[in-house]
Design a protein around this ligand. Structure first.
Ligand code: HSE
Length: 297
């Protein structure tokens, strides 16, 4: 008898890492969503947990529902949310990636991980208005990924400390994309290529210092930081507390710092304190680069 019920753990993700706009992404060990999929007669969605009241249960408006419809599989999907909504931590990517992963297992579809990423990215398009796979790819593969020309190049660096601090500020990905310029200067392009290339070497070597320095970027961060109250102080205080680098997670407003594992608590405290001094409440996730989607039973 085939499987008719699956539970998947699917992680939060952080895209861009500074200079790798729409190209780099990492999976975080924490937070994560749990996605349950059950065979049914039509696509149905139930959402529970964190911010669930704001997530559409209409399958055509929900990233997970779109993936199930695209794969033509009538299933009841329950999303147990742990990833904060509109946070820049891949909250719309996780259910899309989780359902693509689950349906591939449940119906033995034989889709490769690259194909799953493409399907999940199409589902995620409704959230941001554009197809970008830098959240769904790490959600499926885990680790650090490079997304380029429909190819995913994964790496699995270990023991990289990550502090992700989510302030109570609403930033929509659509808006955060709309404020970016259509063109950048050759000088800025060259700078960002330097940072992005160094980031890849940092990930290969597991060199936290190099990863942190390589988060420096031009244009994207400068524009988006204006949407994050307290950005400059949070960044400065995180670096002062020992972070190797700080950047905006995806389209924000979460800010992530990279550091040694034993420095995370101190940096988390400095970052939340800095937000608080800017009259903004925030929550810190003390985490690391972690696993991709996996079956729980
Ligand atoms: N790369 C995308 C962006 C990620 O920065 O707009 C959105 O989370």
């Amino acid at each position: 008898m085939g499987i008719d019920h699956l539970r998947i753990r699917v992680p939060a993700t952080s895209a861009n890492l500074g200079a790798g706009f729409d190209v780099f992404g990492i999976a975080l060990e924490d937070p994560f969503d749990i996605i349950e999929v059950k065979k049914s007669w039509k696509v149905q969605i139930k959402v529970t947990g964190r911010d669930s009241e704001y997530v559409p249960a209409d399958p055509q408006k929900n990233t997970a529902g779109i993936v199930a419809s695209k794969l033509n599989k009538p299933v009841k999907i329950t999303i147990h949310r742990g990833i904060p909504l509109s946070s820049g931590l891949g909250s719309s990517a996780a259910p899309a990636a989780g359902v693509a992963f689950a349906l591939n297992e449940m119906y033995d579809l034989g889709l490769s991980r690259e194909e799953l990423v493409q399907i999940a990215a199409e589902g995620e398009k409704i959230a941001s208005g554009a197809v970008h796979a830098d959240n769904v790819a790490p959600a499926i593969y885990g680790g650090f990924v490079i997304v380029h020309k429909n190819r995913i190049i994964p790496l699995m660096p270990e023991n990289i400390g990550i502090v992700a601090v989510h302030p109570e500020i609403i930033v929509s990905t659509r808006k955060a994309r709309a404020i970016l310029p259509g063109r950048i200067s050759l000088d800025d392009l060259s700078y960002n290529i330097g940072s992005a290339s160094s980031m890849v070497v940092g990930m290969i070597r597991g060199d936290i210092g190099l990863i942190g320095e390589s988060m420096e970027n031009r244009v994207i961060e400068d524009r988006r930081s204006r949407l994050i109250k307290g950005y400059a102080q949070v960044r400065r205080d995180a670096l002062k507390a020992g972070a190797a680098g700080v950047t905006i997670s995806g389209s924000g407003p979460t800010m992530i710092a990279v550091c040694r594992m034993d420095e995370r608590e101190r940096i988390a405290k400095a970052m939340t304190q800095a937000f608080s001094e800017n009259s903004t409440r925030s929550e810190a996730f003390i985490t690391t680069i972690g696993r991709g989607a996996e079956r729980l039973y």
